[in-house]
Design a protein around this ligand. Structure first.
Ligand code: ADP
Ligand code: 5SP
Length: 498
């Protein structure tokens, strides 16, 4: 039997999956790493932690599986998007990586809008948002000129890890799309954007397709990972593109909901013709010549883990969420908005913060936990709503990510989205998508679609309950008012933040 490995370089941890030719997940391993929040709105990671975590996770995966390294034919990657890794001439990071959920760059976003005008949407297909990479590059240039002077080029998180495994530097189109420097429809670095910000083309790595073959594992990485040096390495893609591949979102009409640290609602786009006027993100897919549109909730799973870590540190999610299913929809009048680190869709706002509205002396911890899960899901429903308003039919949604581990949450998604919600046998969509890029790259299948037929295994399906869906539709109208009602208050409170 032959195998491939999918590496999912997430925000909280790196997860590795060993998958056999019939799509069975033979082994899994994971390593966590820290996040650094030095100031309100800042979020950084140490690139070396990703490398150490990945190598240790691979070593545990290979040795724990009992599979011979020689039988692992290929490896590919899924990576947290947008994070800026600036490299010096010897490809060493010049500072910590600035992550996708770091919102220090509001000023640089306004500068990008002023400089590019209409070109911003027509070329990059996206608005300037704090999480994207170009504003981070401008921030470092303006605020840390000494670090910037050392930088020869930039890469994204998984590109740096892949470089340390192969010695080769590349960036794939699905991840490059999140930099705000890619001409998304034409699949090239935008000379216009680079010129406007006086960035040389050499600052950007060579572009490849997500399924592109980029080399083999170096002797050094082979020794520290346990992989054979003959293992073929394929570029890999953005975590949301890989999540879509791993959930079989490879043709029109299919929608994904992912609740990881962030949350996304994503729909497949067969070409670059759709125009959402920048209300949702529009990126290149990991499947060649395809695209996807998505809305993003910045603090989805993060809201629940923040709540658990703050009020019940050390408890498992399963025990923490016990009793949540016994509480009626609406948590007896308690509403939560998940704006812990600002928001992206539908309110691109780095100043807004979260709220609990309607606290009552009768509310228990389980009411708060339910309200957090409902608030996250309402936020994702704002993206579902945007797609429906744009004319898309959203009747079936494949749900992945840590949030899909809990059946109460899956039923809640069905009731709030008013759509059938389908779970997969393994909720680790991005890691599976990465493994699928390697499996197709190794020639096991003629296409990613053919690979999906064998690898994507649907499990339980959750249908909306009409009474609960009607109740949630009513409450959603109240939820939508909380943003406007708390915006001004949060602007006044911003001066009191760290
Ligand atoms: N058993 C569970 N029940 C409900 N939610 C869970 C459970 N396990 C994890 N989660 C949620 O999933 C999130 C992590 O999802 P994951 O897909 O692993 O994230 P990432 O890829 O961003 O590191 C956590 O923050 C938590 O909110
Ligand atoms: O910023 C985005 C998408 O635009 C995030 O989705 C990141 O890609 C990180 O995702 P997770 O760690 O939640 O998977």
């Amino acid at each position: 039997m032959k195998y491939v490995v999918g590496v999912d370089l997430g925000t909280s941890a790196v997860k590795t999956l060993l998958v056999s030719q019939d799509g069975t997940v033979k082994a899994e391993a994971t390593r966590e790493y820290p996040l650094y929040h030095e100031k309100s709105g800042w979020s950084e990671q140490e690139p070396e932690d990703w490398v150490t975590g990945t190598l240790e996770s691979l070593k545990g995966l290979v040795s724990g599986s009992g599979v011979s390294a020689e039988d692992i034919e290929g490896i590919s990657f899924s990576g947290q998007m947008h994070g800026l890794v600036l490299l010096d001439a010897d490809n060493r990071p010049v500072r910590r990586a600035i992550l996708w959920n770091d919102t220090r760059t509001t000023e640089q976003c306004r500068e990008i809008e002023r400089t590019l005008g209409d070109k911003l949407l027509s070329v990059t297909r996206n608005p300037a948002l704090e999480g994207f990479t170009l504003p981070k590059i401008l921030w470092v240039r303006e605020n840390e000129p000494e670090a910037f002077a050392k930088a020869s080029r930039f890469v994204l998180p998984k590109d740096y890890v892949r470089y340390r495994l192969t010695g080769e530097i590349h960036m794939d189109l699905s991840d490059a799309a999140g930099t705000l420097m890619l001409d998304v429809a034409n699949k090239t670095w935008s000379a216009e954007v680079l010129r406007a910000f006086e960035l040389p083309e050499a600052f950007c790595p060579p572009l490849v397709e997500a399924g592109g073959f980029v080399g083999t594992v170096s002797a050094e990485a082979s020794a520290s990972s346990g992989l054979a040096a003959s293992t073929k390495v394929f570029a890999g893609g953005a975590d949301n593109a890989c999540g879509a591949i791993g959930a079989g979102i490879l043709k029109p009409g299919l929608t994904l909901c992912s609740i990881g640290t962030s949350g996304v609602v994503l729909t497949y786009e067969p070409d670059a013709s759709a125009d959402y006027a920048g209300k949702v993100h529009f990126f290149n897919h990991g499947k060649e010549n395809a695209f996807y549109a998505m809305g993003v909730t910045l603090a989805a799973g993060y809201s629940l883990s923040w709540f658990r870590n703050t009020f019940a540190k050390g408890e498992s999610f399963d025990s923490f969420l016990e009793g949540v299913g016994d509480i009626a929809p609406g948590a007896d009048g308690l509403l939560f908005t998940p704006y812990l680190v600002g928001e992206r869709t539908p309110h691109a706002d780095s100043v807004i913060r979260a709220s609990f509205i309607g606290m009552d002396g009768a509310h228990t911890r389980a009411h708060f936990a339910r309200a957090v899960m409902e608030g996250i899901t309402f936020s994702l429903n704002e993206s579902v709503d945007l797609f429906r308003q744009a004319g898309k039919t959203v009747d079936t949604i494949v749900s992945i990510g840590g949030g899909a581990k809990n059946p109460v949450w899956l039923q809640m998604q069905a009731d709030i989205f008013n759509a059938e919600v389908v779970a997969l046998e393994n909720e680790q969509g991005p890691g599976l998508g990465a493994a699928m890029l390697a499996a197709a790259g190794c020639g096991w299948f003629p296409s990613l679609d053919a690979c999906a037929e064998a690898f994507v295994k649907r499990s339980t399906s959750y249908r909306p309950d009409p009474a609960r869906a009607a109740r949630y539709a009513e409450l959603f109208q109240v939820y939508k008012q909380v943003y406007g009602a708390t915006k001004g208050l949060n602007e006044s409170l911003a001066a009191f933040r760290k």
